[in-house]
Design a protein around this ligand. Structure first.
Ligand code: ACO
Length: 173
């Protein structure tokens, strides 16, 4: 795993920009542009020396808790899985303090479901703030995709994890 920090040499930051563009392409440009240049990037390098995973994290102050939407009781198990994947998420309007925003998290398609994203998050939690280990409660996810939502629900152990970066930004009125 490689961590690229804002003060790293230009060539490293340029490489990270390239990778971010590729990730944004894959995400369909749904993610908000990075709000600050203090972002920290984690790259997961595969055995054949390719970038198999990328996590971009930024400092934030607030997150908003996802509000659980009831899954309709009717329908088959398969219908429920489809509903779970497709439903839009809603979140609370009251801000809760948070420290670390996951701006983007991405794993190469053929290497998904091998805990690469989980390992990148563990690594981030020990390295985001020097000398401290972030709790899951201090992390928020930027406008999650269906995959992102399923991953965050499993990783945080709750579907009511924190989100940020939607509509008008993260500052409370
Ligand atoms: N469907 C259902 N459950 C999932 C999924 C999924 N697609 N992905 C992860 N999970 C859950 C599972 O419970 C999984 O454990 P299991 O495989 O033992 O069942 C657990 O989360 C841990 O998953 P990892 O293997 O650590 O996750 P992975 O390395 O596959 O990466 C990621 C997850 C990054 C979301 C990947 O699917 C991906 O790159 N998707 C495309 C890009 C994307 O949508 N990224 C999220 C954008 S939101 C944001 O960036 C803030």
């Amino acid at each position: 795993m490689i961590m690229v920090l804002p003060d790293d040499p230009k060539y490293a930051l340029r490489k990270v920009d390239e990778i971010r563009e590729m990730v944004d392409n894959d995400l369909g440009f749904q993610q908000a542009p990075l709000t600050c240049s203090r972002a920290k990037t984690l790259l997961f390098i595969s055995n054949d020396k390719k970038v198999a995973g990328c996590l971009i994290a930024e400092h934030i102050q607030w997150g908003y808790r996802v509000i659980e939407e009831k899954i309709p009781e009717v329908g088959s198990e398969n219908d429920k899985v489809i509903f779970e994947r497709q439903k839009a998420w809603c979140c609370s309007t009251s801000p809760e303090p948070a420290l670390c925003g996951i701006s983007r998290i991405w794993v190469f398609s053929l290497m998904r479901r091998k805990k690469i994203a989980s390992r990148m998050l563990e690594c981030l939690r020990s390295n985001f703030i020097y000398g401290s280990y972030l709790s899951k409660e201090e992390i928020a996810f930027s406008d999650p995709t269906p995959d992102g939502k399923l991953f965050a629900t499993q990783y945080c152990g709750t579907s009511q994890f924190l989100v940020y970066n939607f509509l008008s930004g993260q500052q409370p009125a």
